[in-house]
Design a protein around this ligand. Sequence first.
Ligand code: GLU
Length: 473
Amino acid sequence: MTIRTRFAPSPTGFLHVGGARTALFCWLHARANRGAFILRIEDTDLERSTPESVQAILDGMDWLGLDCDEGPFYQTQRFERYAEVADRLLNEDKAYLCYCSRERLEKLRKRQMDAGIKPRYDGKCRHLESTPEDIKPVVRFSNPKIGMVSFNDLVRGRISISNTELDDLVIARPDGSPTYNFTVVIDDMDMQITHVIRGDDHINNTPRQINIYQALGAEAPVFAHVPMILGSDGARLSKRHGAVGVMQYRNDGYLPQAVLNYLVRLGWSHGDQEVFSRDEMVSLFSIEDVNRKAAAFETDKLDWLNQHYMKVLPTAEVADHLAWQFADQGINPEAGPALENVVSVQAERVKTLRDMAVQSRVFFEDYVEFDPASAKKHLRLVAEHPLESVLAKLEALEDWSVEPLHQVIDDVATELDLGMGKVAQPLRVALTGSGVSPSIDKTLWLMGKRRSLDGIGRALKFIQARRSENVQG
Ligand code: GLU
């Protein structure tokens, strides 16, 4: 049997971390078993679903590389099918029309709550003699009154619940629109889903859904309910923890590889391995190994993984993602060194691609002015001679690569009998306007010849202006 999984988000917001983790597990279970992965947009809630959310979900899946084999299917395009199945259940006496008013249901609920029992519909309309004409009814599913519903959850183990705990749930509203527990069953049945992997907030829906499968004469899929994700403080993950849509992680400078690797470890493990390539995830993942305990989100670990992938992925691949950050920061990538070179130098110095872009602006745009503290400290009269020496040697240098550049600094330090820092620090301020940058040879390399010579020229002018101030003062 071919394994078929689906991810079925409701488009009422962005693709958040929990949803993305569910999508990843569904995708992995399909890929690990050479099965099919289906994307279904559950957009029946017309008031809360928006096209922007649909787009955010598609963008998020695409960015993470969670490609689907079928879909996206949209529930709003399947209303006829849901109506057809509701009619079938009505005809077979497995569903009935319910005319109970909202007021009656409210009163019933209150009575039950007051009596300390779980509120549920009492089945009044199950066997109506006559039907009121002026009320638009809902359709209710006739849930079995006796017996148990049991299923083997791949994460939670055996779960059983008595039918007496369940009531006759509404499967179509007065306007005919179908409800979640109904559409999900019809879709999973029609799409021949073999494994439903979803958040454990749906665990209470599962017995109801299994009863609907049975009424339709269909076999229920296998279920796996994955535990929720908590923030580092133990509370349910929310915006407060920085848990936003996955695209926010792109905006903040995370690589999709890092986010995927991070997500897979939220609730799943393989020994104590932390780093998994996509292929490794596919070959090692097993839904049975998902932990039933809630997983906690730790931003530090994501940062660590991000830096890891910035360092180990092919620089060209990282550079593609860096290009997005450059565009976002309004830096022209054509105006400086190749982005791959930037990656090779900066990856070990920053945690995110956004930091990499921000800290690399100086290689693409001339700085506006010296950072006053750095200039005061390093662009002093004693720096004039070393800077002039460096300038002369750099002007003559033909091979603008790291080793010869390093040699130039070394030679100047030796010739003037100065420590490396006495040459490098003023030079750094000359090149970047500030006291912080990668190692001086790599800074020169990334700066390129024209910008480096210009910077040293500016620094010398600054020092000379300082001298005349001193003389005057
Ligand atoms: N549309 C549901 C949700 O977003 C998914 C339900 C399911 O996976 O069965 O929570």
